[in-house]
Write a protein of this length. Structure first.
Length: 282
């Protein structure tokens, strides 16, 4: 699939070079910007990889005007793991942080989302808008019913995240039949503040743009956050029913496009670029 601008291409990775280009972008965002690390991070080659990469589809936004030989042409990436691809006994990436028993028990078709990030030069909404529109096609083509994945707040100071975590708990907690539960080792309670102490504006300002996008599309969160010291993040597990997403995403993106056309506020642009730059590596 090509985007409206003929210089861009939006498609799944086809070969090892494509995967390496995705891993190069992930290294730039997750390692260089966010200070993450991991056992399969190759600092010498500047590649952020893990054991799940070979099992997943990798959705790429490619700018043909950039240098493909130096792995610099991929400017946005999303990693997708359909549940049908797991063999008996295999686990999703998120299951290192969350008990997904409730989701598995639904018997519905699952898709795990993760490792989403955008190159610094392409932030501000348009790149992720294109990725989400292509994601909607991917979901429809494969009959996906539930999407989920960890989404990250930068940093591991849970007290500093009291407003956004408490807001998510009080307003967007998943129903019990879809409620993943954070595992004990690095679990942090989300309901740090009582509902009466919430400041919605402060909570939203402290919430990364991608998490807010999930919420607008009907997303809900699991029980408990998970503090990931290796990646320097505090994670929440988001779940979306694709029936809700498909009914909302067109209006949402039409509205976002209109806002982008009319947004001349430099401070608003700075916030979008800062929030979008963190990425979600679940």
């Amino acid at each position: 699939m090509k985007t409206e601008d003929s210089a861009f291409e939006l498609r799944l990775a086809r070969d090892p070079r494509d995967l390496m280009a995705a891993q190069r972008l992930r290294y730039r965002v997750f390692v260089e910007e966010m200070g993450s690390d991991g056992p399969l991070v190759d600092h010498a080659a500047r590649l952020e990889g893990d054991a799940f990469d070979g099992l997943c589809d990798h959705m790429l936004l490619i700018d043909r005007n950039r240098d493909a030989d130096s792995l610099d042409d991929v400017v946005a990436v999303y990693r997708l793991l359909p549940g049908a691809r797991l063999a008996a006994g295999q686990r999703f990436y998120s299951e290192s942080e969350y008990d997904l028993g409730a989701l598995r028990a639904t018997g519905r078709s699952l898709l795990e989302l993760g490792r989403s990030c955008v190159h610094p030069d392409y932030r501000g909404g348009a790149a992720m808008m294109q990725m989400w529109n292509r994601l909607a096609d991917y979901v429809l083509e494969r009959g996906i019913e539930l999407m989920f994945g960890t989404a990250s707040f930068p940093g591991t100071d849970v007290a500093a995240l009291a407003q956004p975590l408490s807001y998510l708990w009080h307003n967007h907690l998943a129903p019990t039949d879809l409620r993943a539960v954070a595992l004990p080792a690095h679990r942090a309670e989300m309901a740090v503040l009582p509902e009466a102490a919430l400041d919605r504006r402060a909570a939203m300002q402290a919430t990364p743009a991608l998490i807010k996008a999930y919420l607008r599309l009907g997303g809900c969160v699991g029980d408990g956050a998970w503090v990931d010291h290796d990646f320097n993040t505090t994670d929440v597990l988001l779940v979306m029913d694709t029936a809700q997403m498909s009914s909302r995403h067109r209006d949402y993106y039409v509205r976002k496009h209109a806002e982008g056309q009319n947004d001349g506020d430099a401070s608003g642009q700075t916030e979008r670029q800062t929030r979008d730059g963190q990425g979600d590596r679940g």
